[in-house]
Each structure stands twice: as C-alpha cells, then as structure tokens.
Design a protein around this ligand. Sequence first.
Ligand SMILES: [Zn+2]
Length: 60
Amino acid sequence: MVSRYKCPCCDYYTYPVPTKEAVGFICPVCFWENEPSDCNHGLTILEGRSNYKKYEIWCL
Ligand SMILES: [Zn+2]
C-alpha cells in the first residue's frame, strides 16, 4: 500500500487511507495513534509532536 495521506500530527504522508478510516493506525514517524475519539492512551497531539521531534533523526 502506498502512504499518501498526511498524519494529523507530524504532516508526513504515513497514512495509507484517510485518517478517519485509519482507526488505530500508529504513525511510524511520530507514534501518533489515530483515534477519532479524544482518547489516545493519554498521548496528546502535542506530545506526539514532541515525539516526532525526539525521533526525527530516524525519519526517512
Ligand atoms: Zn505522524
């Protein structure tokens, strides 16, 4: 599958399907788990962004 939809967290094209369909998909770049509800295992989108910064070095 080709990833061509933007992660809502890091804006990398890591999603193979639109985010609203990719329930439970975990972005390999920032570890944001796509969850349409507010619950994301306590991980906020801002924390996801900080993960992204932290692990930026192995992003592609
Ligand atoms: Zn991401």
